[in-house]
Every structure is written in C-alpha cells, then in structure tokens.
Design a binder for this molecule. Structure first.
Ligand SMILES: [Zn+2]
Length: 147
C-alpha cells in the first residue's frame, strides 16, 4: 500500500470514529486533518539552511490524526499500516482518553444507565462500544470489516 492509500484509510477511520463519538457524547467531534507524521529530525530552520523544503517520507505509514473535540484539538498518532480494525480501536481509545480529559467529569461517552463511560470491545474485524462490566455484549457498532 502506498502512503497515499494509508492516508485515505486513516482519514476514513478517523471520520468513522468522530461520527460515532459525536453521536454518543453529544459533543461536536470532527476530523481537522490527517497527515503523514513528521518523524524526521530536520527542523524548518535546517530546511531553510539547506535550501530545501521538508518532504514527507513516501514510505512512511505513521500518521497524525487531528480531531476537534468541542473547542479543543487533539493530535493523535497512529500507524496506518496496521489492520483497519486495530487502527480504529487504537485511534478511538486515544480519542476517548483525551476527550474525557477535555470534557471533565461526565462519562465520555456515557454508558446507558451507568455512571461510567462506554469502552471499546474488539473481535477480529469488528470494533464496538460496550459496558466495561459486559465487554462481550456490543451496545453500539463502531467498525465492521467489509461493510
Ligand atoms: Zn456500563
């Protein structure tokens, strides 16, 4: 897969997560950007000195997905080369961790009828939201491979 295809996969994954988290929390969550992660040691100052622009490595699969959560911005790292279910699971876990930090005491997203947040469940090819006390019982789908 090319780095462009990885970016497209990551963009779609990020939008799937943002839609689901927004729906479940009632907080506006949108994807601000998905771009190759800049892991090179060169800085803008180095590039200016060398007289060359900084260019992403075409083989790099690491991305930064930026989400807007209400008024806040979260820049999350992921390796877009991992299987899509794991990419979604990892990005969504990072997003709800940081979303919970931003939004404070109310569970993000709330578990129906309980005082705690929903958590993510995973089976091969499937990612879903569930109660932490009953992880085998999906409450809301997040991702299903092939659909
Ligand atoms: Zn619960």
């Amino acid at each position: 897969m090319s780095s462009d295809e990885h970016l497209t996969t990551a963009q779609t994954a990020a939008e799937t997560i943002a839609r689901s988290v927004a729906e479940l929390t009632g907080t506006p969550v949108t994807v601000a950007a998905v771009r190759p992660r800049d892991t090179r040691p060169l800085t803008e100052a180095d590039a200016a000195f060398l007289g060359e622009p900084l260019r992403p490595d075409p083989h790099m699969t690491e991305i930064t997905a930026s989400f807007d959560i209400g008024e806040d911005r979260a820049d999350l790292w992921a390796d877009a080369a991992q299987p899509t279910d794991l990419l979604i699971l990892n990005l969504a876990n990072s997003l709800i961790d940081i979303g919970q930090e931003y939004t404070g005491s109310s569970p993000f997203p709330p578990c129906p009828g309980h005082q705690h947040p929903l958590v993510l469940g995973h089976r091969p090819g499937t990612v879903y939201w569930c109660c932490p006390h009953n992880r085998s019982q999906p409450l809301h789908p997040l991702y299903q491979a092939g659909s």
